[in-house]
Design a protein around this ligand. Structure first.
Ligand code: FAE
Length: 550
């Protein structure tokens, strides 16, 4: 089949399957997707958890990681007739724990909450100055707080990647900011085709604005809006992948509470449309996609017989290596997330496994300008003791050089009189991953002091609000007498930047058949929350790769 005819087949397939411009409902998109694949589906290989790779196998396409980039690649490759195996170091998250629920509550972290830690490492470490972290059994839990040079990088671990733990805020950047985000990508294509396709595939929707005005669980957001507007800042509703109809039923008391019970950071048991319910469900329904959870890829190297030899460790839930497997893959897609992909590629280049990778590997890493802060409100301005864990709005001061500040919930179950914000700012600093031969580890040269531009930009909003309201910053959330959450990021981006470490579609230089298809491609900042851009870019790139490389 010629490149052109395959391309046209894929394009028609994509539009038939409902992944089209617009905001078609999640269920509609999935139903169309599943039905239309039935004609060429092979026998299903079973559930994600029960089809692990066998050592010595040869696979046409191997995807490392099951987050946004990996899920898009798997679905589209499978729809184009390619068998795909996904390798995921985290758990499947398909089996209830000791309390009958799959995921732990944000307010009650337990063994499921953190990746191989014996003590929790919550983003908000303190309350009223007191430390709130606690001891937990070491387990392959859902949230990794990875400490790297001067920054803690929070990441999801498990089948679904970051979609398991994130707030689901699904934000398409303003078009005027796009050239600074991905300078080598055609904005017309992205806004005409790939952002709409990503939004439809992810099941993005907006809160009902009339309902928002009435419910207790969004009092914190209404207070955030009031304070923003009284200081002259625009407040915007922000789309999310949460099932808003389900949340209405939670509030009405007709279904089990999930977001309204504070579930988010350690997983969400009901309403959130994680990748397990969207792209990955559609991918597995093709019958061509299998997933090996608790498998961590360690090496990728050219194979004598063509393709690549991929080595991986099999883990138990204590994190011990209980087996080693080696398979051969015709093509390998790096989708281990910005940090995971960067660490793998830097090590593989430095140790000679992939010697032809270029010198851009490991460069251009940024934190999306993340910085957190809280404000102490007056006693007559409470934010509510019940707060939905799903954010629904933000302060958009980006044009004025400030920040895009998410009005974030603090779902503690008690009245805190706090307004809490995650700001996304235009931080110019970029870190670099490098190989330390002495320790045998990849290191990141980020410095906490590099957050100062982000703090300065966030202050342009919150200093003004505090002045208008006669309020002060909280200094008890990140330690004692510490105002700024400048020690972390939720949004790692870059390390294998599009058009530098790869060509303009994610093909790694020097080694044909190797691709990067995740947040590592984006050079450090998306001006808003990143997963819609990661998904849309993956949609763009995989379409080109299927059309021209297969
Ligand atoms: P990602 O989703 O991280 O997936 C990578 C996967 O690869 C993970 O499942 C890893 O376990 C796996 N992996 C890594 N190394 C290996 C290996 N060697 N072998 C096998 N598997 C491996 O990558 N973004 C938004 O847009 N809106 C939000 O509201 C939002 N809130 C967030 C809240 C939190 C607490 C966090 C942590 C993140 C949040 N994000 C949010 C960021 C978002 O989740 C993140 O940008 C994407 O998940 C990144 O997608 P990738 O496909 O790059």
């Amino acid at each position: 089949m010629s490149d052109k005819s395959l391309h046209s087949k894929v394009s028609k397939g994509v539009s038939r399957r409902g992944f089209i411009a617009g905001t078609s409902s999640l269920l509609g998109a999935l139903a169309l997707s599943v039905n239309s694949t039935a004609a060429h589906a092979r026998p299903a290989t079973g559930s994600a958890a029960d089809a692990p790779l066998t050592s010595g196998a040869r696979v046409p396409a191997l995807v490392i990681g099951t987050g946004y980039g990996g899920s898009v690649a798997a679905l589209r490759l499978a729809q184009a007739g390619v068998d795909v195996h996904m390798v995921e170091m985290g758990m499947a998250w398909d089996t209830p724990g000791t309390d009958g629920k799959i995921f732990a509550n944000t307010t009650r972290p337990d063994y499921r909450s953190f990746w191989l830690r014996t003590r929790t490492k919550a983003p908000l470490s303190n309350f009223l100055g007191f430390p709130i972290d606690k001891d937990v059994p070491k387990y392959t839990g859902i949230l990794d707080a990875e400490e790297m040079g001067g920054i803690i990088v929070y990441q999801g671990r498990g089948v679904g990647g970051g979609s398991l733990v994130n707030g689901g805020m699904a934000v398409t950047p303003k078009r005027q900011n796009f050239a600074a985000i991905l300078p080598t990508v055609d904005a017309d294509e992205m806004y005409g085709t790939y952002y709409p396709r990503a939004n439809a595939g992810l099941g993005v929707g907006l809160i009902d604005p009339a309902w928002f005005e009435t419910v207790d669980c969004y009092q914190f957001a209404r207070v955030g809006r009031k304070h923003a507007q009284r200081s002259g800042f625009p407040f915007v509703f922000v789309p999310d992948v949460y099932d808003w109809d389900y949340m209405k039923q939670e509030v009405a008391g007709t279904v089990p509470k999930s977001a309204v019970d504070g579930e988010i950071l350690y997983g969400n048991n009901a309403g959130k449309k994680s990748l397990q319910k969207t792209y990955l469900a559609a991918a597995r329904a093709t019958g061509r996609v299998a997933v090996s959870p608790l498998h961590r890829v360690t090496t990728v190297a050219p194979s004598d017989g063509g393709g690549y030899t991929v080595a991986m460790e099999e883990l138990n839930t204590s994190g011990d290596v209980v087996g080693v497997k080696t398979v051969t893959a015709d093509r390998v897609f790096f989708a281990a997330g910005s940090v995971g992909t960067s660490k793998l590629l830097v090590r593989l280049k430095a140790t000679g496994a992939l010697p032809l990778l270029n010198d851009e590997i490991g460069k251009g890493w940024g934190d999306n300008g993340n910085v957190m802060c809280g404000r102490a409100n007056h006693m007559w301005d409470p934010t509510g003791k019940v707060q939905a864990s799903i954010p629904c709005g933000g302060i958009d001061n980006w044009d004025a050089g400030g920040a895009f500040a998410e009005v974030a919930p603090l779902p503690t179950g008690i009245e805190t009189y706090a307004s809490f914000y995650l700001s996304i700012t235009k931080n110019p600093h970029r870190g670099e991953f490098s190989w330390n031969a002495a320790t045998g580890r990849v290191e990141l040269n980020w410095q906490t002091a590099w957050k100062q531009p982000s703090i300065d930009m966030a202050k342009t909003i919150f200093d003004k609000i505090n002045a208008t309201e006669g309020t002060i910053y909280r200094s008890d959330l990140f330690g004692t007498n510490k105002i700024w959450g400048d020690h972390l990021t939720y949004h790692p981006l870059g390390g294998a930047v599009l058009g530098k470490a790869t060509d303009n579609y994610g093909r790694l230089h020097g080694h044909p058949g190797l691709y990067v298809i995740d947040g590592a491609l984006i050079p450090g900042n998306t001006s808003v929350n990143p997963f819609v851009t990661i998904t849309a870019l993956a949609e763009r790139n995989i379409e080109k790769i299927i059309a021209t490389d297969l």
